[in-house]
Design a protein around this ligand. Structure first.
Ligand SMILES: Nc1ncnc2c1ncn2[C@@H]1O[C@H](COS(=O)(=O)NC(=O)[C@@H](N)CS)[C@@H](O)[C@H]1O
Ligand SMILES: [Zn+2]
Length: 416
């Protein structure tokens, strides 16, 4: 699938080192440092049934900052992102609005590309739709069945052209055959898992499952739902296995960072990691990184709630995308925070100050290498962009040298 245009990444004097990033699995800051000279990043992409909102943008921006630091540290980066272009919420929204689910997905992905381009977000090297990888996903499910870490559950309502069974992952059996165990990535206990499993696409009460927490790997065809012929019967993939397969296909075993918003910690990343580990015998990632949730009007911004502030709306209202970016960078990527009507004006005011400092012709400040080092140090410490913005604020009154401006451009994605 087509990604979007790559923003310019300027040369900057000096360099960063691999950043320390909070790892959900070890509950500690870990150096996001690849074994070789290429850092690999798998980021979960959108389920395209509504427009890109600031929550999505904040999460993709968090990992954009990570990539910018990696590049400034001299690493090559290979980045893969999926599009969940077939899934229950998408099918439900399409039928609610009486549109074809493929067209709905295509148009929302188009909007997402435009928003990511406007915000200067570096595109993935591999941008992969689930519907492009049905076959390899079904082959992975067949492998898990053969390994004895997956099992069939009768699905009476499945359509006649299916084999009448859904396929589930056996989390208990998987613990015995791979470096993964339940809770390894999310560090949640069973009660906490059961409490959120259902609200995030799980089906703890499904008849015939060995464990209520076992996740779906393959859904046998239902009348009226899209389905595909496959080695495991006619149907479609479960949610978590699609990200395991795309990450393995595009990035290989044990990616440097597996990332997404904190609402993916469990069940999605827990079980994506489980499936990858069961398939390879290796950990899915060196580090599992999660961005906090952006709220609006008191609730997490979410397509299902409809309390969205859309990037496209702010852009259509004439907001400078650099201002939107600064408004998001003003919050630490791991914090949960609330978008308010003051968020954008405050950021635009900061942009005006920085722009004035950058173009003030009456003085040409010295190269500000010390400030550039402070900027790098702030991002080294778990991508602390609020501290990074404060470093620039502190010197702006005296003007911003071309060297410092190149650092702001590469590391913060703000061209002045
Ligand atoms: N309010 C929010 N604040 C921050 N990040 C969010 C918010 N809502 C969603 N996200 C993040 O945005 C990304 C896309 O979310 S999504 O469109 O619901 N799609 C999915 O979660 C799946 N397609 C992942 S495979 C995910 O990383 C999700 O955690
Ligand atoms: Zn995912």
């Amino acid at each position: 699938m087509q990604a979007w245009p790559r923003p310019a990444l300027p040369e900057v004097p000096g360099h960063s080192v691999a950043p320390l990033v909070y790892d959900s699995a070890s509950d500690a800051l870990v150096a996001a440092e690849p074994a070789g000279d290429t850092a690999t990043l798998y980021l979960c992409g959108i389920t395209p049934y509504d427009a890109t909102h600031l929550g999505h943008a904040a999460t993709y921006l968090a990992f954009d900052t990570l990539q910018r630091v990696w590049r400034d540290a001299g690493y090559a980066v290979r980045y893969a992102q999926n599009v969940t272009d077939v899934d229950d919420p998408l099918l439900e929204r399409a039928s609610r609005d009486g549109v074809d689910w493929r067209e709905l997905a295509a148009s929302e992905v188009e909007g997402f590309r435009a928003d990511m381009t406007a915000l200067g977000i570096i595109p993935p090297d591999a941008y992969v739709a689930v519907t492009e990888r049905i076959e390899p996903t079904a082959v992975a499910v067949a492998e898990l069945l053969a390994q004895g870490v997956a099992y069939r559950v009768a699905a009476p309502e499945a359509s006649d052209d299916s084999d009448g069974h859904d396929i589930y992952f056996d989390a208990t059996a998987a613990t015995d055959v791979s470096p993964w165990h339940l809770g390894q990535e999310s560090r949640l206990d069973r009660d906490a898992m059961l409490a959120i499993f259902a609200e995030r696409g799980g089906d703890p009460d499904r008849e015939g499952k060995r464990d209520p927490l076992d996740p779906l790997l393959w859904r046998a065809a239902r009348d009226g739902e899209p389905s595909w012929e496959s080695p495991v019967g006619t149907g479609r993939p479960g949610w978590h296995i699609e990200c395991s397969v795309i990450a393995l296909d595009e990035l290989g075993e044990t990616v440097t960072v597996l990332g997404g918003g904190s609402d993916l910690l469990f069940p999605h990343h827990e079980f994506s990691a489980a499936h990858s580990s069961a398939l390879t015998g290796e950990p899915a990632a060196q580090l599992y990184a999660h961005a906090g949730m952006v709220a609006y009007q008191g609730e997490k911004m979410s397509k299902s709630l409809g309390n969205l502030v859309k990037v496209s709306e702010l852009r259509a209202a004439g907001a400078d995308p650099r201002g939107i970016r600064l408004a998001l960078l003003a919050h630490h990527y791991r914090d949960d925070w609330e978008w308010t009507d003051a968020s954008l004006p405050e950021a635009l005011e900061r942009l005006t100050r920085w722009q004035a400092a950058a173009t003030a012709s009456d003085h040409r400040p010295p190269a500000q290498f010390a400030t550039l080092a402070e900027l790098r140090e702030a991002l080294h410490r778990d991508l602390d962009t609020p501290a990074a913005l404060a470093v620039v604020d502190a010197v702006a009154a005296g003007g911003l040298s071309p060297e410092l401006r190149s650092g702001i451009h590469l590391l913060l994605g703000i061209e002045l």
